[in-house]
Design a protein around this ligand. Structure first.
Ligand SMILES: NC(=O)c1ccc[n+]([C@@H]2O[C@H](COP(=O)([O-])OP(=O)(O)OC[C@H]3O[C@@H](n4cnc5c(N)ncnc54)[C@H](O)[C@@H]3O)[C@@H](O)[C@H]2O)c1
Length: 353
């Protein structure tokens, strides 16, 4: 019996609805070749739904997704609905409710994609950003006092737990073990004097369990500069929710189009579904024109296959992406061509072997 993986599909808004079908088609091609099955169930959770019902997803949304092996998400957010509504109404509840405490983003320079950095060759930039995805600076603890008066104030607490730090750091070390055996920590313990020294302390403690892995740490300000000046220094970079958020946009930016960057929101223990989505948003400026680059969506699908343990199929999808980009014959406008979403999606699907 072939393995069957149950996937909940949330295409969302804007170009999400255009790139998700290309992702599904490519993964179906991989499944046929590598002998497993994918069963897709679509959910219309989106800003459009919010406009009709006042909710991004039903109240029992998490319960409905609980039994799936993973969630394959396009993008959510659209003009007319405030971004904090779409984010806190759908993405954050899923990431937290399903303990997806690792946000994983590969940063890889591929042939055929122009990096904004001068003189960088494919192969020179190849690292992962591991962002803590559940706590840290993005907590709901805080509030306002004396609102609307001259004494008004706002406070927001950062939350760093030992469990939260240790588990994301361990994930980073385990990842590095199968790579170049080097983990870099993003810190700011010179300025943030309670939580960040604690983060450093936990990084040192977890690092002692991995004597085979080289470690270093940088304050996040200089680290952003190193991402631009020395992206070849890195293998796995681990950061708190806020620092990881910033670094995991900067990383993909130094290797080219936002349209190709993938990500995973991972529950490593597999107690809950993980969620795979491109880094980009719903791109209202190009939505509806059929020109969005589907590669970020397809590559996120490859990460999902890897999470399922279908490693050979995941590598095949990644190889197909690399080949099509290197060949350069079919390119969407963000890559300097004039092909449509469907053409590029079909080219990748056809290149999977
Ligand atoms: N995870 C998510 O669902 C997610 C992530 C980021 C932004 N958003 C939401 O998306 C909406 C738009 O946000 P934004 O404009 O800041 O970011 P965006 O990523 O949607 O777009 C930024 C720029 O990149 C271009 N771009 C993005 N994806 C592309 C693709 N696949 N192919 C070609 N070009 C692409 C867009 O045309 C735009 O010029 C907002 O509502 C925001 O909240 C959602």
């Amino acid at each position: 019996m072939a393995n069957t993986y149950r996937v909940a599909v949330v295409a969302g808004d804007g170009i999400g609805t255009e790139v998700v079908p290309e992702g599904i088609a490519a993964l179906e091609a991989a499944a046929r070749l590598y002998g497993f099955e994918l069963s897709w169930t679509e959910f219309d959770w989106s800003c459009e739904r919010y406009a009709k019902t006042g909710r991004m997803m039903p109240e029992d949304g998490l319960d409905r997704l609980r039994a799936f092996d993973s969630v394959y998400l396009g993008a959510v957010g659209y003009p007319g609905v405030p971004d904090h509504v779409s984010l806190w109404g759908l993405l954050i509840p899923l990431r937290r409710g399903f303990h997806q405490y690792v946000n994983l983003r590969p940063v890889r320079l591929l042939a055929g994609v122009a990096s904004p950095l001068r003189d960088r060759e494919p192969g020179e930039i190849d690292f992962y950003v591991v962002r803590e995805n559940n706590e840290g600076e993005y907590s709901e603890i805080g509030g306002r006092l004396y609102a609307g008066t001259e004494f008004e104030m706002a406070m927001q607490q950062s939350v760093f737990t030992r469990r939260g730090c240790d588990r994301v750091m361990r994930y980073a070390f385990e990842l590095a073990r199968n790579r170049k055996k080097h983990v870099t920590s993003a810190t700011k313990s010179n300025g943030i004097i309670h939580t960040m020294p604690y983060w450093d302390e936990r990084f040192a403690a977890i690092g002692r369990d991995y004597p085979d892995i080289r470690t270093d740490q940088y304050h996040v300000d200089i680290l952003t500069a190193h991402f631009v000046r020395h992206p070849d220094w890195f293998d796995v970079v681990v950061g708190s929710n806020l620092f990881g958020d910033i670094l995991s946009d900067l990383g993909p930016a130094v290797v080219g189009s936002i349209g190709i960057a993938p990500s995973g929101n991972i529950n490593p223990e597999r107690e809950y579904p993980s969620m795979f989505e491109p880094v980009h948003g719903s791109a209202p400026d190009i939505a509806g024109r059929g020109v969005a680059n589907p590669i970020g969506q397809i590559w996120s699908g490859a990460m999902m296959l890897e999470h399922f343990g279908e490693t050979a199929a995941a590598r095949a999808v990644e190889r197909a992406i690399s080949e099509v980009l290197a060949d350069g014959g079919v390119r969407t406008p963000d890559l300097g061509g004039n092909a449509g979403t469907k053409n590029l999606g079909a080219a990748v699907a056809a290149a999977i072997r």
